[in-house]
Design a protein around this ligand. Structure first.
Ligand SMILES: Cc1ncc(COP(=O)(O)O)c(C=O)c1O
Length: 345
């Protein structure tokens, strides 16, 4: 597509490079060896388009995916995704027919929720696969070690449930020096031992997110769940950025009375902003930057991708909000030009 066609209706665009996704996926595969991978495609694939991302990863051999909700799982099925789909977040017993119809796997993370689900699937002709989410220290969703005995009792007396996997979420994997990760792994091992001692097979055990797979090899059990790294967003400065490629870049095009390079690298790194594309007598600039460069923290990414909200990019001493205020770029460009002229004088 020509640049002009791409910018026909609005001056900004998010450009998704699925070949970069493929290369990031292969790098993760190399890092993790032969263990299973659950690409995390929640929040519409972190804003990259869950179906497009999952399709591409299926072509690469991925056969399991993790989403946040049943709704996201349904969207993947409707998009033709055939692999297993694990719901990491909210699930309740009302959704049991949906899990069956769409082949989705809910997580059990609360005793009352699990009890209601066990009741809803009792007597079904096929057992409902579930994964057990343990809270080993994150303090969010999950069965705590203190509740595990009750959970074990419930699983043993619930023939309608099939424990297909057991997992936990690491709270501080992005901090290599933090003792929290080793503590969580130890707690996880204790919980797995308790399940085994009770005669329960934990199924597929998975712990690591992106930061963990890159910084804590000891967290690789039988599967891992990368999100950020797949999209080329590195969760820690401790990770060597070499070779990781941003899947999403943002491009902004706006007419300016300015020619030539406006600025060198954006934020001193991979982004660039330069004078480009002449249209009539007007110069267009296109700013292009990896998403990660524009965001302070991954929560911003979630907020942005979920709500398609705007975000702020630091542009040297100018801040601007590309989706809403392309005209500010013009102002910035004019200011830059004026500044330059003043310097020249
Ligand atoms: C339970 C769970 N596992 C794995 C991930 C992926 O984490 P990351 O994007 O840091 O790789 C997420 C993302 O939020 C998650 O909620």
């Amino acid at each position: 597509m020509s640049a002009d066609a791409r910018f026909r209706f609005r001056p900004t665009g998010a450009v998704i490079d699925l070949s970069a996704l493929t290369r990031n996926y292969r790098r993760l595969r190399e890092r993790a060896g032969r263990i299973e991978i659950f690409p995390v495609v929640k929040s519409d694939g972190y804003g990259h388009g869950a179906v497009a991302v999952a399709r591409r990863l299926e072509e690469e051999g991925a056969d399991r995916f993790a989403v946040a909700s049943a709704e996201e799982g349904i969207a993947l099925r409707r998009g033709g995704i055939a692999g297993q789909i694990l719901i990491l977040g909210f699930s309740d017993h009302h959704d049991a027919p949906v899990w069956r119809n769409y082949g989705l796997i809910p997580s059990l993370y609360d005793i009352a929720q699990a009890r209601a689900i066990a009741g809803a699937v009792r007597g079904s002709s096929e057992r409902q696969p579930v994964h057990l989410k343990l809270d080993t220290g994150m303090g969010r969703l999950g069965i705590s070690p203190g509740e595990l005995a009750d959970m074990i009792a419930l699983l043993r007396e619930s023939p309608g449930l099939e424990l297909a996997g057991t997992f936990t979420q690491l709270a501080r994997a992005q901090e290599p020096g933090s003792p929290a990760t080793d503590r969580q792994i130890e707690t996880m091992r204790g919980c797995l031992a308790a399940l085994s001692a009770a005669g329960l097979d934990p199924g597929l055990v998975h712990v690591a997110n992106s930061a963990a797979v890159l910084l804590h090899p000891s967290s690789l059990f039988q599967a891992f769940r990368p999100g950020l790294a797949l999209y080329g967003v590195l969760p820690s400065e401790e990770i060597d950025p070499n070779g990781w490629e941003p899947v999403m870049t943002v491009e902004i095009q706006a007419p300016v009375e300015y020619a030539g390079d406006l600025m060198g690298d954006l934020n001193g790194r991979r982004g660039r902003i330069q004078g480009m594309d002449t249209k009539g007598a007007t110069q267009f600039i296109r700013a292009q930057a990896p998403m990660a460069e524009m965001l302070n923290y991954q929560n911003d990414l979630t907020a942005m991708t979920q709500g398609r909200a705007s975000f702020t990019m630091e542009f040297d001493h100018y801040d601007f909000v590309p989706q809403l205020q392309a005209d500010k770029i013009i102002a910035a460009a004019k200011a830059a030009k004026t500044g330059e002229e003043e310097e020249e004088e």
